[in-house]
Design a protein. Structure first.
Length: 571
């Protein structure tokens, strides 16, 4: 199957979100201090609290039970009733995916809350007499200046996404996962959920932890399955997507549709493994070929459907898979979360770097592996533009950001966590919420699909942080506990194969297919990136000069994504 698309004649407009609101923070007690658009707020029985937002709760039945005789017609009404009963403390009772705004009419307060894992997003402006709130960053574009946040720009170039509260715009912030903020009262979001390592029982065996994980996974998948409808799953053939597919196939009586991609017969692919899993689980399997022309032509609509830019070449394939899956299903599963929660292979480069530094200095790994070295190793592990920043950024931009501390520093230098656990916490907190979940959820939402990420459910995250590190990365064997949890559901080949990842051949495509378009886009004097980036340095990349290995494709894709994102958002 080849996905077909028409060349857009103009830059696409972002998908319109379901709601947004404006809060007159200079006059919070006025009746018109809160204005909503796109949704009618649900009001609590006493009339004090009004609720709007994106809410999908996995514990709705138990919450209704805690309210006693009170019944709620929907999730928004349930939250309104809970807020009237328990106030802001009730945010910690909610489980699932949500980004919610609660207006306290009596006290003139606007509360914003976001789920623990970061499955839903919420953005708010930080200046002016009226603050704006929306689940989509682009919705707020008319209400703030278009000045770039230079720290966010630096971090995007290093990581291919913008981590933490910052967004690419100076005057807009993202509410972090697991936090609550009262606008006009709190200067910073307040955590209602503390993400941390909590190893409670060191006597349990690997098999016992695996059994716990299996039971919880089956519970979460069951909660996510649609009633009397087929369901879809993105299937790469790796462990994570394979185990989610296998559990869904075991539990769901309706058809399972699986979707795998490749980039043509001339390029390596994982179809051997995804087809093996599909056959083993009895799914309706769809194989999608993605061409370089589609990748380039669909990048603008893909960037329009993201919030902050994400420089991951899989953004466009995610968009294409969503468009095809929507023809058959309304709910789509994915395997996102396995790497950050269960110590996937991307932790190995940092651990090896630490090990070799230890050997070189003949000192303790935990005590003498310096803070700066840890941060440098972590940023280098993304294999993006971190080493190039002094040359890539314009001199004045580099001078402005060079000494600004990394957001990751406090987490990598914490004295109370092992190095592996520190890496896991970082990947869950930032890469999970700001890259992995945001990418897959925005791309599925663009196709009017509901995304389900069982391996990134808050309960899986909490359990993963209770499992000792040696059961996650056991020598060279990553995800040991996850493999044992699903060993009876998958072919041995899937359990033992090394993870290769879905490699998009952007390096070859820039060299052979896209060089002319990329030159026109990135080297134009009127380019949106021109005031910030050294275009001569980029020209060397486009000429494939300066690197013995000539591996510029991923970096060029990151810059191309940034330029198009800025154009789509009117910079």
């Amino acid at each position: 199957m080849i996905f077909t698309s028409r060349r857009p004649s103009t830059l696409p407009q972002p998908v319109i979100p379901s709601w947004h609101l404006a809060w007159g923070c200079d006059a919070p007690h006025q009746p018109d201090a809160l204005v909503t658009a796109g949704a009618v707020p649900e009001v609590s029985p006493g009339g004090r609290f009004a609720v709007v937002g994106d809410i999908w709760l996995t514990n709705e039945r138990s919450l209704s039970g805690r309210l006693g005789r009170t019944t709620a017609a929907n999730s928004w009404q349930l939250v309104a009733q809970m807020w009237e009963r328990w106030g802001s403390d009730c945010i910690g009772m909610l489980e699932g995916a949500f980004a919610v705004a609660v207006w306290d009419r009596e006290e003139g307060k606007l509360w914003l809350g976001r789920d623990r894992a970061g499955a839903s997003t919420l953005y708010y402006t930080t200046t002016g007499p009226v603050q704006r709130v929306a689940p989509r960053l682009s919705t707020l574009n008319p209400y703030h200046s278009r000045e770039l946040d230079l720290i966010a720009l630096r971090d995007y170039l290093a990581c291919a996404f913008v981590p933490g509260e910052r967004t690419m715009w100076q005057q807009v912030r993202e509410l972090p996962p697991g936090t609550l903020i009262c606008l006009g009262v709190d200067r910073e979001p307040q955590p209602y959920w503390q993400l941390g390592v909590d190893i409670q029982n060191t006597t349990l065996s690997l098999a016992q932890y695996a059994a716990q994980l299996r039971l919880l996974l089956e519970q979460i998948v069951t909660e996510s399955l649609p009633v009397d409808e087929p369901v879809g799953a993105y299937l790469s053939g790796g462990l994570d997507s394979s185990c989610v597919t296998a559990i869904a196939a075991k539990l769901h009586p309706q058809p399972i549709h699986t979707y795998s991609i490749h980039f043509g017969s001339d390029y390596p692919n994982e179809l051997e493994f995804s087809s093996l899993v599909a056959s083993h689980c009895g799914t309706h399997h769809h194989i999608i070929e993605i061409t370089p022309q589609q990748m380039w032509e669909l990048l603008p609509i893909t960037m329009a459907n993201l919030d902050d830019p994400i420089g991951d070449p899989l953004t466009v394939p995610n968009y294409i898979m969503g468009q095809i899956a929507r023809q058959t299903v309304t709910v789509i599963f994915n395997g996102e979360g396995g790497d950050p929660c269960f110590a996937g292979p991307k932790n190995k480069p940092m651990l090896l770097d630490a090990l070799y530094s230890q050997i070189a200095t003949a000192s303790s790994l935990e005590s003498d592996y310096s803070s700066d070295k840890k941060i440098e190793a972590y940023l280098n592990s993304f294999q993006k533009c971190f080493p190039d920043l002094p040359q890539l950024l314009q001199p004045d931009i580099w001078a402005a950001v060079q000494k600004e501390p990394s957001l990751f520093a406090p987490h990598l230098t914490a004295a109370d966590a092992s190095y592996l656990n520190s890496l896991m916490l970082l990947n869950i907190r930032y890469k999970g919420a700001d890259h992995i979940l945001t990418k897959v959820n925005n791309m599925t939402r663009a196709s009017m699909l509901e995304a389900r990420s069982p391996l990134f459910d808050q309960r899986i995250v909490e359990l993963s942080l209770q499992i000792p590190p040696q059961y996650k990365l056991a020598g060279a064997d990553e995800k040991a506990v996850l493999k044992q949890a699903v060993a009876d559901l998958l072919p041995e080949t899937i359990l033992t194969r090394p993870k290769s990842g879905m490699m998009v051949p952007v390096n070859l495509w820039f060299a052979q297919q896209w060089r002319r378009q990329a030159r026109s886009l990135l080297l134009n004097k009127q380019a949106a990136i021109a005031p910030y980036l050294n275009q001569q340095f980029i020209k060397n990349w486009l000429d494939y000069r300066g690197d013995t290995w000539r591996r510029y494709g991923v970096k060029l894709w990151l810059l191309t994504s940034l330029e198009i994102w800025l154009q789509v958002n009117g910079k």
